[in-house]
Design a protein around this ligand. Sequence first.
Ligand code: CTP
Length: 229
Amino acid sequence: MYSSSTSALPTPASLKNKKVLLTAGPTYEPIDPVRFIGNHSTGKMGYALAEAFARAGAEVILVSGPTNQKTEHPAIQVIPVTTADQMYAQVKQHADTANILVFAAAVADYKPKTVSEIKVKKSDETLTLELVKNVDIAKTIGQTKKAGQFTVGFALETDNELENARAKLQTKNLDMIVLNSLQDAGAGFKHDTNKITIIEKDKITIFDLKPKTQVAADIVTFISERIHV
Ligand code: CTP
């Protein structure tokens, strides 16, 4: 079922007494003391979401990868991390007591198998790095999800968007996925605007292109409607 949505701002008390655990930003996977594998995530969407949840009355734990984003809201506790392993350790520690878990981080899928203690020097014409899979934080936490917990994933897709997003909804045991398409002008990394589609098991809701702060408010309103039914 398809529908388009123009949801209103969340009311200031709609998530009172709710605890939100949120991941945001990229992760950096070190190669040596001066280099890492990273990605273009700015953390903008995650921080905008944290603010929107806090404005709706929730207590927010924001596990954040390296970013320039800042928040001053007293209801948001920022836990800074660098790698996927560190992010997972913090999420695991706080997952049990959270009512809503939102995985907005762009976690690196792979990390170098070994990290050199000294700077890797230039030698041959080619250099091969061996990478190993990182923990899938959303999937691992999804496996032990408790009754009443609401979990939300993000997906940035370039092709077969709906199919891929639906598969992630299932494998990660999520209640909904916020899909950003790179095919939409003005959406995704580096933009202040975003165009999202929310995918649930049997419903798809399409939103207009909006500033990320407004997109965040839409997502929070959408979630609060789901958890208050
Ligand atoms: N995610 C996560 N831990 C990872 C990878 C992804 O928690 N190691 C979360 C993201 O925060 C997001 C969702 O899973 O909410 C989907 O992320 P995405 O990168 O699109 O999915 P992947 O499973 O990594 O699939 P692929 O990169 O192959 O598309």
